[in-house]
Write a protein that binds this ligand. Structure first.
Ligand code: F6P
Length: 537
């Protein structure tokens, strides 16, 4: 079956399936849950509350066959230049390959490179943690100021929030925005003598990161003097030569290769801050969890492959039923940045309109991904999700056991996430709403007004991802799960998930507007833009 025939078959089946309530699929399909759920790497994934029948589920899986996903996986893992527009390989998976035995860049061994980078990070992290490497005044480092944005921020920030010890020996403050308030707020109570500033930028050209880094360096110099300040600087970049202009000692520059995309870079030295603050062993465990998911993605059959179950649900909703958004709700405070991380991973990867050769794509691509932590989100935007006629598919992520939470609180949290999945699916009928009104003593007139307002149409699809516990391993597996989901969707949609041309226009125009704001004249713009520039000038 060709890919376009597979799309047609998916849309036809999806239109049929959408007419049947999700709950009814459970009645007609004997082993729906068994077929549409699995456990891997400490994660339980259940897509049986999606709007599809078994035929719809199979039609979505067919897309991976029609798009020849196995060949695409092979191209990625063997280091072919699958990022065609930039002529780059995509090998972040090599960073978590425990022995590096499978890591090859266009046929050439890259194990030694990966190992050298790991050894350098380990030595530096161990040195700081043991107190062998200290600040200019002899004080041990207590805080790391991690300066980076996008992929140089979201991954390490998420990992640190997920795994921060309750009383960390070394803390991390993340500074991303070029709004100087973020740096000011994060340095106000810090002692420069105990602070290590790490600039993290793949390109080392990013405006926000360089501006924050220069300001942080000034802050160090003001507190310690110029020579001493350099002992408090380190950098992470795939363009290490560019760091030399910023006074960072050469032996404090940690590199990674251009075959690691920004939004896939948390497995590299981009996580140096976390490696120092949490310990190298935690990083190794994170890699091990991701590696387990990699092996699963490579070897499990399509219908029992966790990333493909999530990707199938997404293409069914987005391409099959034209649903333009998806909510990601982690019921875990420690995973509160997951939606932000996935926004970059999915929307920067797959929010495209052409393929890698410039041809317009035949289908819709990435939906709007949004979300916040549960239960907070229930008290914010769930009202709309329950009662709007628009259907927003959900991903509910939860953690089964949490040793730092009192058991009764954890039970309450878990009851909420499970109840929401049920509530979205079953909804509340008019009949039930009327019965509630009668029970509350409403007369017929009031019941006629209130009962329809209480109706929840239900039939809203959700997926459950349940982690046994939040450990470095399960976190690694969870993030790799989403990376592979994103990759598989990109293959089906026929696009290059590894470039990001769309963000360039804003960067270019921001530089042009900056010249207008700081210069003596204003270039030609539309009247609204000119007025805004004049107002802030
Ligand atoms: O906004 C585009 C982008 O290039 C992202 O892809 C990247 O993660 C981010 O900027 C930061 O880039 P860098 O790590 O090069 O500073």
């Amino acid at each position: 079956m060709s890919l376009s025939e597979a799309f047609t078959a998916l849309k036809t089946q999806a239109a049929i399936d959408a007419k049947t309530p999700i709950v009814a699929h459970f009645e007609y399909e004997a082993d729906r849950l068994g077929t549409q759920s699995l456990s891997v790497a400490g994660l339980y994934v259940d897509v049986s509350k999606q709007s599809w029948s078994d035929a719809g589920f199979q039609a979505a899986l067919k897309l991976f066959e029609a798009a020849d996903l196995p060949a695409a996986r092979e191209r990625m893992w063997t280091g072919q230049a699958i990022n065609v527009s930039e002529n780059r390989a995509v090998l972040h998976v090599a960073l978590r390959d425990s022995d590096g035995e499978n890591a090859r860049l266009r046929g050439a061994e890259i194990t030694a490179d990966v190992k050298t980078a790991r050894d350098a990070m380990k030595a530096y992290a161990d040195g700081i943690r043991s107190g062998q490497i200290v600040g200019a005044t002899g004080k041990p480092f207590k805080t790391i100021l991690h300066i980076g944005i996008g992929g140089s921020d979201l991954g390490p920030r998420l990992v640190w929030q997920a795994l921060t010890p309750l009383k960390p020996q070394i803390d991390i403050r993340f500074v991303a925005n070029v709004d100087g308030s973020e740096l000011a707020l994060n340095t106000a109570d810090l002692d420069p003598a105990e602070t290590l500033v790490i600039a993290v930028s793949k390109t080392f050209t990013t405006q926000e990161t360089l501006a924050n880094f220069l300001a942080a360096r000034e802050w160090l110099i003001a507190g310690l003097g110029e020579e001493a300040a350099s002992k408090h600087l380190a950098a992470v970049s795939a363009a290490p030569a560019k760091t030399s202009a910023y006074g960072i000692p050469e032996d404090r520059v940690f590199g990674f290769k251009d075959w690691v995309g920004g939004r896939y870079s948390l497995w590299s030295a981009v996580s140096l801050s976390v490696i120092i603050a949490a310990g190298y062993d935690v990083y190794e465990r994170l890699l091990a969890g991701a590696y387990e998911m990699d092996q699963h993605f490579l070897t499990a059959p399509f219908e029992k492959n966790a990333p493909l179950l999530l990707a199938a649900a997404q293409v069914f909703n987005r391409i099959g039923l034209d649903r333009p958004s998806r909510a990601v709700i982690p019921y875990a405070h420690r995973l509160r940045r997951l939606a932000a991380f996935l926004q970059q991973l999915e929307m920067e990867s797959n929010g495209k309109r052409t393929d890698g050769y410039g041809q317009l794509l035949p289908t819709k691509t990435c939906p709007v991904v949004f979300g916040d932590e549960g239960t907070n989100a229930q008290h914010a935007f769930f009202q709309m999700l329950h009662q709007s006629e628009d259907i927003v598919p959900l991903e509910l992520i939860a953690v089964k056991s949490n040793p730092e939470a009192p058991l009764d609180m954890q039970q309450k949290l878990l009851s909420n996430v499970i109840a929401q999945g049920e509530a979205f699916m079953v909804g509340k009928s008019l009949q039930t709403a009327e019965a509630e009104c009668h029970a509350a003593g409403f007369d017929a007139e009031k019941t006629a007004i209130i009962a329809p307002q209480k109706v929840c149409p239900g039939n809203k699809p959700s997926t459950l991802v349940l982690l046994e516990a939040l450990t470095p391993e399960t976190l690694g597996a969870l993030l790799a799960l989403y990376e592979h989901k994103t990759f598989a969707e990109g293959i089906v949609m026929g696009l290059n998930s590894f470039d990001q041309w769309g963000v360039e226009l804003g960067k270019t125009l921001a530089n042009a507007v900056l010249e207008d704001i700081t210069g003596t004249s204003i270039k030609a713009h539309d009247p609204s833009t000119t007025a805004a520039i004049s107002k802030v000038k």
